[in-house]
Design a protein around this ligand. Sequence first.
Ligand code: GLU
Length: 359
Amino acid sequence: MPKFKRIAIKIGSNVLTHKDGTLDTERMARLVDQIAQLRGQGIEVILISSGAVASGRSALKLEKEPDPVSARQIFSSIGQARLINEYYELFLKHGIYCGQVLTTKESLSTRGHYLNQKNCIAQLLQHGVIPIINENDTISVTELMFTDNDELSGLVATMMDAEALIILSNIDGIYTGNPADPASQIIREVDYNQDLAKYIQTTKSSFGRGGMLTKTNIARKVAAEGITVIIANGKKDGILTALMNEDSDTLCTVFMPSKREVSSVKKWIAHSESFAKGEITINETASKVLMSEKASSILFVGIIAVSGDFEKGDIITIKDFEGNAIGVGKAQYDSRKMTQFMGHKGLRPAVLYDYLWIN
Ligand code: GLU
């Protein structure tokens, strides 16, 4: 493992809670001890912590639960207070301050909001504070939600130019088959462009929203942007310090990063898929050009369909001629003009290369 200067660590609900859903404060304490140790070695740490809903649910027993959305709002509200209190006290024992950063998809969906959020986390780090980030589950409901905190952690890792993202769950990594099957083996190293779908079990973790499939998709995307991603078992004692050891042989899955340089705007675009307000479909020739290594913008002549109601500057999904979503980009025109100009030659690009991310 190379030496990293800045890392993002995502801790899943299953790591932080006992089987009955109550907060595992002992586990939290051990993880905080290790983070303090890493800090002592000069590594900057950004935490993305789940566990709010789970710990709220175990703290407050409701006679009759309201609808699922309201229940989630109540539980996350109490649980986040409980969670951050615990972190605060634990970090303070090491003489370290931690700060709570709650965010929503909306708060990252425009470049201005994104930069504001980035500045907040950068300032905390600069002043020696450990940022502890979670989604603001009290206000982000259904379609406005992140898929899960794995998605959020990918966004944070790229936004903050972390060199590594460690996703801690209650499993050692990605297996070649069902982890319960003794014949299955852990995949130790994966290249960022290697498709692992055939190995992934689609079962979800019991307390969190995420599953291995989303973890893998996020991991590949983040690794494609030049960040090492590690999926490891947060329930194992000493996991973080072991992983950061230069000659570590800890059981985990490492996604090897791409070497290409990705601009910070492109990184933002890459993680904006879920903010898309519309879509454009491009023809076969344009699809081929975009999928090649060449740096190309999307021209109107290659567009065959436009859908959705979007403004200039909004994020849109790019679909190939077979209807597969192949990327995201920032629209240079609103949906009315895009529809009017599609198929035409000699106009300025509909999506510029610098604001385009092809998966
Ligand atoms: N934000 C949620 C929580 O703190 C977790 C979402 C997830 O499971 O990924 O409970």
